[in-house]
Design a protein around this ligand. Structure first.
Ligand code: DC
Length: 661
């Protein structure tokens, strides 16, 4: 079963027109490097336009953990450089989070230190290949232990490392940078040659900091033991973030806008060249130099894109932009063919598979190749696609939603968007695009003993949603009544109790939901048979139900609610988009209840339980107010012959369908 993490399901609505001028956040690659080089330079480095994304903040925190004073004033990040040899041993592991750049660049740095250190990352980063940096660094003399060439990476100090000439089998700025950074610490010259040119921010910035760096064709050489001097850096807007809006504007029927101050470094501008080759109207104005990096304002106008064969020489300079380029291809006329991009399979996720799976689901004809894809342009339909927690895939699909014909593309797996583009949703909203969380309430109703409680709790956990056990509210009133000696037929007293019930639910990750009646935890008291019987007697009183209504409605909070009860779909959450009604014959429910009680050490006869259940069913379903009946639009599932897992699987299938709308 596909993992559902609806915590982060969003969809974007269309907008009739996109105009104006705006910019996107600072360049991620430059932001990472500005912190690392500022830290090992002498004197202060000031960084304006720093990208405060989770990834870059991970790098910043790591440098702080290594003893560097870094102050974020809001306007600027101020780094008090400690010099090449001034880093201190950290107190614990250094957490790179989701950031491949942090882990690979810092590998070069940590390999050269005179202390032990460990670089760790999140689940996605821990599955990404690190052999590509471990191998050359080890060849330079570094001592690195890893988990089969994956994180965690453990660095031990060595007596000395050597300069070297490294022929990298892949065009990777991260590999090149790791070796060049280690090269700063050794005597002599360290060179890296690549099969194709990868982005050159490291060499450009190192030169700005005063290192001796030469570029000769595809070879970059750094001379070791430089004195790096603190710099003022103004980070330009990230072309990788701008790329989403280039595709949005080109594919939108009525767009004409300018993205300001975008880095157009020739090692990064493949996306512009590819989109122009697809007949995209992108024009670069006001081209200027900013801290050694070329920047421009990019005008984007609605265009009729055509499919192309993507030139191999443009792949390295567009490597991060393929998720959104696939969307452009899906909306272009004709076929787009990409080969020679196997690297895409080693990003935050396998971007070839994830993007093609999503496009296929949206009705696009496409073929997955080992090292690329063939995409036939068409029209995007609707569906629930999975961004697999990859920020760029998620943003690409979200923007596809703005461009889809029927405008109902929901995207799950959006939780990592903040790793590169923390203001993404704010920016799209400022362009007049509505951001929706298409989920609200799943109502799960049914008689007692049918397994609703278990199913609802499982569902809430799977989705990361809130859970309402409405029966517990009626049970709490019943318990309160029993405690203060109010009988089931004393309506007005019960109504007063219901109106003034001091009831709170506190969610604790270890103990689950704690139900507090008059500030005392009453979870187990509420489950008693006596309490259940009393609850079914007080529940039919209309004014009691009214008094308890708002408490239940208050549970409806983002990202969503699983509401378990008798009248969730018929009364309390009448407009819930998904309603499930569970049934099972009374004998089966009596058996289940018996088993449950036996496990708790309570000895009761099945026959008594059956009588009890039948009486309660009768009361619940014949009462005048909110009787136990399925809502007209409920999906009725008879669970008599089904295991919990089977019921759960059926509901998950419904959830998947419902999230599609
Ligand atoms: O689901 P449960 O066994 O905890 O519910 C206890 C009683 O509360 C049940 O017999 C009927 C009543 N109830 C109700 O009337 N409406 C609800 N939404 C939930 C429970």
């Amino acid at each position: 079963m596909a993992e559902i993490n609806s915590k982060d399901v969003f969809n974007l609505r269309s907008t009739p027109q996109i105009t104006g001028r705006f910019t996107v956040p600072g360049d991620k690659s430059i932001s990472h490097r500005s912190i690392i080089f500022g830290a090992i330079a002498e004197g202060q480095t000031r960084v304006g336009g720093f990208l405060r994304s989770e990834d870059c903040l991970a790098t910043l925190k790591i440098m702080q953990d290594l003893g560097v004073e870094i102050d974020d004033t809001g306007d600027e990040v101020l780094i008090d450089g400690v010099g090449l040899h001034g880093l201190r041993a950290p107190n614990g592991e250094l957490d790179c989070g989701n950031a491949g750049t942090a882990m690979r660049l810092l590998s070069g740095l940590m390999a050269a230190q005179k202390f032990n250190s460990v670089l760790i990352g999140d689940e996605s980063l821990s599955s990404r290949p690190m052999g590509r940096v471990i191998k050359p660094l080890t060849a330079m003399g570094a001592q690195i232990d890893s988990n089969g060439f994956k994180a965690p990476l453990k660095f031990s100090p060595v007596d000395g490392m050597n300069a070297m000439t490294y022929n990298s089998p892949i065009a990777s700025a991260q590999v090149k940078s790791a070796v060049l950074i280690a090269g700063l610490y050794v005597d002599g010259q360290t060179s890296v040659s690549e099969p194709k040119k990868s982005r050159d921010h490291t060499e450009t910035m190192l030169q700005g900091f005063g290192a001796e760096v030469q570029t000769n064709g595809l070879t970059v050489t750094v001379t070791g033991q430089p004195k790096l001097k603190g710099q003022n850096i103004q980070v330009p807007a990230d072309i990788s973030s701008a790329a989403f809006f280039m595709v949005l504007g080109l594919c939108h029927p009525n767009a004409d806008f300018v993205i300001e101050n975008v880095s157009i470094n020739p090692t990064r501008d493949g996306v512009i060249k590819i989109l122009q080759a697809m007949d995209g109207q992108l024009s670069l104005d006001n081209i200027r130099d900013q801290a050694g990096e070329p920047v421009a304002d990019i005008r984007v106008q609605s265009s009729a894109l055509k499919g192309i064969e993507i030139p191999h020489d443009l792949i390295p300079s567009a490597i991060d932009e393929f998720p959104v380029l696939f969307i452009a291809a899906a909306l272009a006329k004709g076929e787009t063919r990409l080969t020679g991009a196997e690297e895409l399979r080693h990003k935050e996720c396998d971007r070839i598979t994830v993007m093609l799976d999503g496009l296929k689901l949206l009705g696009i004809t496409c073929e997955e190749l080992v090292d690329g894809a063939v995409i036939q342009g068409g029209q995007l339909g609707s569906g629930l696609v999975d961004g697999h927690g990859d920020h760029r895939c998620a943003m690409s699909f979200l923007l596809a939603g703005v461009l889809s014909q029927d405008r109902t593309i929901s995207v799950r797996g959006c939780h990592n968007i903040g790793t590169s583009f923390p203001e993404f949703f704010e920016l799209v909203q400022s362009l007049g695009i509505q951001v929706k969380q298409p989920v609200s309430v799943i109502a799960v109703d049914g008689p007692s003993g049918v397994g609703k409680g278990t199913i609802s709790a499982l569902l809430a956990r799977e989705l990361g949603w809130h859970l309402l056990d409405s029966g517990a509210i009626y049970r709490s009133l019943a318990l309160k009544a029993m405690k203060v000696g109010v009988y089931a037929d004393e309506e007005s007293k019960l109504i007063t109790l219901a109106e003034n019930l001091n009831l709170n639910f506190s969610v604790d990750s270890k103990q689950g939901t704690q139900i507090l009646l008059d500030d005392v935890v009453v979870n187990s008291e509420l489950r008693s048979e006596a309490c259940g019987v009393m609850a079914s007697k007080v529940a039919p009183i209309p004014a009691v139900r009214t008094a308890l209504m708002q408490r239940q409605k208050n549970f409806q909070k983002a990202p969503g609610l699983v509401a378990d009860g008798r009248d969730m779909g018929t009364v309390v959450f009448k407009s819930a988009p998904l309603k499930v009604f569970l049934t099972a014959n009374a004998e089966e429910r009596a058996k289940r209840r018996h088993k449950q009680l036996q496990e708790r050490g309570v000895d009761v006869k099945i026959r008594d339980l059956l009588e009890d259940i039948e009486a309660r069913d009768y009361r619940d379903s014949t009462r005048k107010v909110a009787p136990l009946v399925p809502a007209k639009d409920a999906h009725v599932i008879d669970t008599s012959e089904l295991s919990i897992d089977e019921v759960f699987a059926q509901i998950i299938e419904l959830v998947e369908q419902f999230l599609n709308v």
